[in-house]
Design a protein around this ligand. Structure first.
Ligand code: ATP
Length: 263
């Protein structure tokens, strides 16, 4: 059974090379975590006292301003960061998709990168061998797949990475933005695969500023603000509070039904 339990967890980043005095003087803007200057070393409190229980079937959107703590929370949920205080317990195999470029080697071919990236995301070599043709077709990169990755444009790299990511079978899928850097036509194609991927995965937590993708993939949401959970509830409730208007308001009845919203 897949689950994540986080109890009173905080994550601090000590900044060893910062000048405490100038930080004290700094006027903090609306974005970013809290900077504590009481200790000898200034500390950015990226997450503060988070308590969360996520279970099988949850499809959670993480929203919040820049620097609110979304990426840090995803890294805590993945086990990459240990809480500085509090606890987090993860049950299930995690597929962290934070940066599409991670696990890619510029010097080897696209095809070889498909294998490497799949292994990195927890698949076996055999499983990847079965999927490689399907992924190659999806990317529409043709002969480019035999050339080193360094010869690819940014969008071509994203196509390759998205092809691999959407072919895996994760228990817990943690997605962090960055998947919007492809042209619109390709995104439409990728969207169907993303929806399928999320359907196959036991749990999804997705940090994004793109409403469209959140509508498509998530049903509940967490609003992060200054490292804390400001609100947790249905996607519609939370997005309405966060944006100050109901983003589902002007959608057609058909769209609302497709998205599982009753209107
Ligand atoms: N490795 C790090 N070292 C120091 N501070 C960090 C580090 N990672 C994150 N922070 C700080 O923690 C806070 C939360 O950052 P985080 O990246 O989690 O925000 P976010 O909500 O994902 O933002 P965005 O929407 O801009 O991606 C910010 O104040 C940031 O400066």
């Amino acid at each position: 059974m897949v689950s994540i339990e986080v109890h009173n967890a905080s994550v601090d980043f000590p900044i060893f090379d910062a000048k405490t005095r100038s930080l004290k003087k700094a006027v903090l803007g609306k974005v970013g975590g809290k900077i504590g200057t009481e200790a000898r070393v200034p500390v950015i409190e990226a997450l503060h006292d988070i308590t969360l229980t996520l279970k099988e079937g949850d499809r959670v959107a993480l929203v919040g301003h820049n620097g609110a703590g979304k990426s840090t929370l995803l890294r805590l949920l993945s086990g990459i960061y240990e809480p500085t205080r509090g606890t987090s317990r993860i049950r299930g195999k995690i597929a962290p998709v934070f940066d599409l470029a991670v696990g890619m080697d510029p010097e080897i071919s696209g095809l070889e990168n498909i294998m490497i990236r799949g292994l990195f995301l927890g698949m076996s070599r055999k499983e990847m061998e079965k999927r490689v043709d399907d992924i190659s077709n999806f990317t529409e990169l043709g002969d480019y797949l035999h050339l080193p990755l360094r010869t690819y444009s940014t969008g071509m790299r994203v196509r390759l990475a998205l092809g691999v990511v959407t072919s895996i079978d994760p228990e817990i899928l943690l997605l962090d933005e960055g998947i919007g850097a492809v042209d619109a036509a390709f995104m439409t194609k990728a969207r169907d695969r993303l929806v399928d991927l999320v359907r196959r995965s036991g749990m999804l937590v997705f940090a994004s500023h793109s409403d469209d993708l959140l509508f498509e993939l998530c049903n509940t949401a967490i609003w992060m603000d200054e490292g804390q959970v400001k609100m947790q509830g249905s996607l519609r409730e939370v997005l309405t509070a966060y944006k100050g208007r109901d983003p589902f308001e002007h959608m057609s009845k058909e769209t609302l039904e497709r998205l599982g919203e009753t209107g």
